[in-house]
Design a protein. Structure first.
Length: 191
């Protein structure tokens, strides 16, 4: 995916990329079981690497917490260099992301200390428990969301689209109708 421009408008920073025709949710819904578990392993590893860079890889030390990782915010491009059968996946829509610079520690202190804001996102199936309990969100929140996506990809890879849909149906709803992964105690997939 090519970056065409980086534009700042007021306090907003915008990146203009080539057009992606689909997001990951659309790809999974429309693929009719054409991807195997092996097909689905590589790109999630790339997403994990991208999150690691956002959380720890910037110089000067910045921490970017995406805070809204879900299949709809992962664009899929099916053309270009290094493309795989499942396309190339790119994290998009940094609209609610948070950028934080860790406080300057004394030069001899190897301690990492970060200050994160309170969650702004509503509740949803990819949000970590701290979002629903009004706790502080940070890099671990993005890792939780990636784990939720991985669970769906594993269900798809093991049992096809119907397995993923069965997982979605069985992952549960709380008494107030909020769909959350942390309510799962066991899931049986038809293999």
């Amino acid at each position: 995916m090519w970056l065409f421009a980086a534009i700042t408008i007021g306090s907003e920073f915008n990146l203009i990329f080539e057009l992606a025709k689909m997001n990951l949710e659309e790809v999974l819904e429309e693929s009719a079981g054409r991807f195997t578990l092996c097909d689905l392993i590589g790109e999630p590893c790339n997403l994990a690497s991208a999150l690691a860079f956002l959380h720890e890889g910037m110089d000067p030390p910045l921490v970017v917490c995406f805070m809204d990782l879900k299949p709809e915010n992962i664009l899929v491009v099916f053309e270009g260099p290094n493309m795989t059968g499942v396309g190339t996946w790119k994290i998009s829509d940094f609209g609610v992301s948070m950028v934080s610079m860790p406080p300057s520690p004394p030069l001899d202190a190897p301690v990492k200390s970060f200050s994160f804001r309170e969650p702004r996102r509503g509740q949803g199936p990819y949000q970590p428990p701290e979002a629903n309990n009004e706790g502080k969100m940070g890099p671990k929140s993005d890792v939780w969301s990636l784990g939720c996506i991985l669970v769906r990809l594993l269900a798809y890879g093991i049992a096809g689209p119907s397995g993923m849909k069965e997982l979605d149906a069985k992952r549960g709803q709380s008494d107030n109708g909020i769909d959350r992964y942390q309510h799962i105690t066991s899931i049986e997939l038809s293999l």
